[in-house]
Design a binder for this molecule. Structure first.
Ligand code: G6P
Length: 367
């Protein structure tokens, strides 16, 4: 039967509130809570054999992949190429034997991603897909599938599938790191513990909705918005800008915070709000100094941070959303939640058709 909205205004709002649940469900499939170790399903190839990974996806799934690249490179020391599927499918890149082809898709039916999968098939790569719909075209054509246990996602703009994809990619990075000899048991326990904490922390993030709404009132008045982040929070900024464009029809652009001075800084004045993800990570000081540069040019700063960064961010920002401080590794999983909530609240203020934005489809099955 039809899936209801359970009293929420839109499917998107309902699905945002499912972040804690789906992260938990996805972890249940991939982690043994007793040993605090990642346990992947049996794969028909050896993860340790892959000399590199080539990742591809479209839309939000692509940004999840970009976060995954940081993890695979940082933790597993695995070189990663990543490109949107509509480019990869025609790029004909040289691929080393036994490379890992990593596809990410909520639906498993996106035409470009499926075509990229078939293009990768032409080489001797192992195809591992991260899919929410486990009986899909991509599932049938992959060598192995890792499921995101997000349940059906109705809202065209993806929310809970995204954090579930991040959860799977985080676990996969841990498994590959161990297989490649880059992870001792204590460090694995530390990373897995941080992941197991995520459902509770995600619920804390959802509880910040009043602060997010206050930010939304500023963003809803803008014509252009600049999103900034560094490291694994740069793809979070991209996801935020995409979501805002998709459902509120406000122009938004995401930039790596350090790259702002090479262009978008010339756009900054008091009419362009700057939405930044700046939790207390090793790159916090760098991001903060970029935000100071923007403020010096009249920019209005709307900043997502955490309890450890709150004091210094509050000193310069017009509005702040403070999340719990968590392990660096899982920071993007947590920080993306209020970023998606912001787009939702702006769309509600603008009165757009949140669940069915114009010109977009849930699953794009044509090229
Ligand atoms: C569409 C949706 C996006 C989604 C993208 C990729 O553009 O509007 O929300 O991220 O397709 O979809 P997939 O099913 O492959 O993840």
């Amino acid at each position: 039967g039809a899936i209801g909205k359970d009293g929420y205004r839109h499917y998107m709002e309902k699905e945002l509130h499912e972040h804690p649940l789906v992260i938990g469900q996805t972890l249940q499939r991939m982690v043994d809570p007793a040993t605090r170790k990642v346990v992947l399903p049996e794969l028909p190839f050896n993860l340790a054999d892959a000399p590199r990974a080539v990742m591809t996806a479209c839309g939000s799934a692509f940004y999840a992949g970009m976060v995954g690249r940081y993890w695979l490179e940082e933790i597993a020391r695995l070189p990663v190429d990543i490109d949107v599927a509509s480019e990869l499918r025609y790029r004909n890149p040289p691929l080393d034997r036994h490379s890992l082809g990593l596809l990410i898709s909520q639906s498993g039916e996106t035409a470009d991603t499926l075509a990229a999968l078939r293009a990768l098939r032409q080489s001797d790569v192992h195809i591992l897909s991260v899919l929410n719909v486990e009986h899909s075209s991509m599932a049938r054509e992959s060598d192995a599938v890792l499921g995101t246990v997000a349940g059906p996602e109705i809202s065209v703009a993806s929310t809970k599938a995204f954090t579930a994809q991040l959860t799977v990619l985080a676990c996969l990075s841990i498994a590959i790191a161990r297989a490649r000899g880059h992870l001792d048991p204590l460090r694995e326990e530390e990373l897995v513990s941080a992941l197991l904490d995520m459902p509770t922390r995600a619920a804390d993030a959802l509880a910040q909705n009043e602060a997010v709404r206050a930010m939304a009132r500023v963003v809803a008045e803008a014509r252009d918005v600049l999103y900034l982040g560094r490291g694994s929070l740069f793809p979070v900024a991209m996801e935020g800008a995409l979501k805002l464009k998709e459902i509120s029809y406000i122009h938004a652009e995401a930039y790596a915070a350090g790259e702002m001075k090479h262009g978008p800084i010339s756009l900054i004045d008091s009419s362009v709000p700057i939405v930044a993800s700046a939790p207390y990570t090793p790159l916090f000081d760098k991001t903060l100094s970029n935000l100071q540069e923007a403020k010096a040019r009249g920019g209005r700063l709307l900043v997502f941070t955490d309890t450890k960064g709150a004091e210094r961010v509050s000193a310069i920002a017009e509005q702040v959303v403070v999340l719990p401080h968590v392990h660096d590794f899982v920071t993007p999983i947590l920080q993306v939640i209020p970023v998606q909530m912001l787009a939702y609240e702006v769309a509600v203020l603008k009165g757009t058709d949140v669940d069915q934005p114009r010109n977009l489809a849930k699953s794009v099955t044509v090229e």
